[in-house]
Design a binder for this molecule. Structure first.
Ligand SMILES: NC(=O)C1=CN([C@@H]2O[C@H](COP(=O)(O)OP(=O)(O)OC[C@H]3O[C@@H](n4cnc5c(N)ncnc54)[C@H](O)[C@@H]3O)[C@@H](O)[C@H]2O)C=CC1
Ligand SMILES: O=C([O-])CC(=O)C(=O)O
Length: 340
């Protein structure tokens, strides 16, 4: 099929890595931007990752994807982000043995600062950015700080994986299909301090908490399950996957990245309820303005909007505040390092 539309330029960093490999073929097949939207892929790697990215580019050619208008592989940030419409910032510096948190933040500042500057210099007016590489929220903050001409709300970080993990756990507890569940929320940081919140969740339109209580033998056992099992399991799911699989989440992380960008660009599907994404706070729910924190969001008219007016219990408030406190500490640490 020939496509008359101008291709959308998608830049993927860390394209030679694991998540990159899981993402590329789904993007090329139209699962992120639509079955009628041609894409041009720009794969950014560091020199030692270039061969792996070049190999992925060969396989993309072998996939004969009708929507794929071209693939460039480069280690040049300016070339990678020139004209970018959709940026998936996956490549990051993993924590090595003996590395302190400040070392990790500094190493990632050296990646995300210059990438933010390159986006600022070359991106298309409609650029949308999602940071996947950890620590994702603070890396997004650093990139945004180096892109003063790009509206800050275009910089987001991925918590859709946490959102999807929460859906999966709640569906299992309710012994119900995941597709019937709506309005789970992830608040705060993409880290073990995050707060997966089911207080507004529904199953087939009915509030989920009473259904949970009925299954678990009352409101108190349900509260215990939420506090002692559900919340820690979702918040530490990344570590559980590493423990069981031997390496960190890949296909689920790629799938969540596709979900995040598909909904942002294409809009939340009608009747699907809200999802979760980390984006700069506008002060909603007492989260300090400018912090890149996860919120319940809907995508309307190409923009992510924080869902307003939700009642926040004392239990939820304490947990949101704890995760936000961690984000503040990360922001202050990168500020002290001169990275923002
Ligand atoms: N936000 C989330 O929900 C999740 C985030 N992650 C994070 O995603 C990141 C990537 O994970 P994997 O693909 O499994 O790691 P990986 O190590 O397989 O791949 C990372 C790739 O990034 C490249 N890279 C490093 N610095 C770069 C730079 N400056 N520019 C371009 N490329 C660069 C590396 O060469 C490597 O090929 C990690 O930081 C991981 O912690 C993983 C799972 C979930
Ligand atoms: O925990 C990790 O290292 C990777 C990650 O962010 C996740 O799986 O949520």
């Amino acid at each position: 099929m020939a496509h008359s539309r101008t291709p959308v330029t998608v830049t993927l960093t860390g394209a030679g890595g694991q998540i990159g490999y899981a993402l590329l073929f789904r993007i090329a097949s139209g699962q992120m931007l639509g079955a009628d939207v041609p894409v041009r892929l720009r794969l950014l790697e560091i020199p030692q990752g270039l061969r792996a990215a070049e190999g992925a580019a060969l396989e993309l050619q072998d996939g004969a994807f009708p929507l794929l208008a071209g693939v460039d592989v480069t280690d040049d940030r300016a070339a990678a982000f020139d004209g970018v419409n959709v940026a998936l910032l996956v490549g990051a510096r993993p924590r090595g043995p003996g590395m302190e948190r400040a070392d990790l933040l500094a190493a990632n500042g050296g990646i995300f600062g210059p990438q933010g500057a390159a986006i600022n210099a070359g991106a298309a007016d409609d650029v949308r950015i999602v940071v996947v590489g950890n620590p994702a929220n603070t890396n997004a903050l650093i990139a945004s700080a180096h892109a003063p001409d790009v509206p800050s709300e275009r910089f987001t970080a991925l918590t859709r994986l946490d959102h999807n993990r929460a859906l999966g756990q709640l569906a299992a507890a309710l012994d119900a299909p995941v597709g019937g569940i709506r309005n789970v929320s992830i608040w705060g940081n993409h880290s073990a301090s995050q707060y997966p919140d089911v207080s507004h969740a529904t199953l087939d339109g009915a509030p989920a908490l009473p259904l949970l209580a009925a299954r678990l033998g009352g409101a108190e056992p349900a509260e215990r399950w939420l506090a002692d099992e559900f919340i820690p399991r979702v918040a530490k799911r990344g570590a559980e996957i590493i423990e069981v699989r031997g390496s960190s989440s890949v296909a689920s992380a790629a799938s969540a990245t596709i979900d995040h960008m598909r909904d942002w660009v294409g809009g939340s599907p009608a009747g699907a309820g809200w999802t979760s994404a980390a984006l700069p706070s506008d002060g909603s729910y007492g989260v300090p303005e400018g912090l890149i924190s996860s919120f319940p969001v809907e995508s309307v008219g190409g923009q992510l909007r924080i869902v307003q007016g939700l009642e926040i219990s004392a239990f939820s408030r304490a947990r949101i505040d704890a995760s936000v406190a961690e984000l503040i500490a990360e922001r202050d640490a990168v500020r002290a390092l001169g990275l923002i």
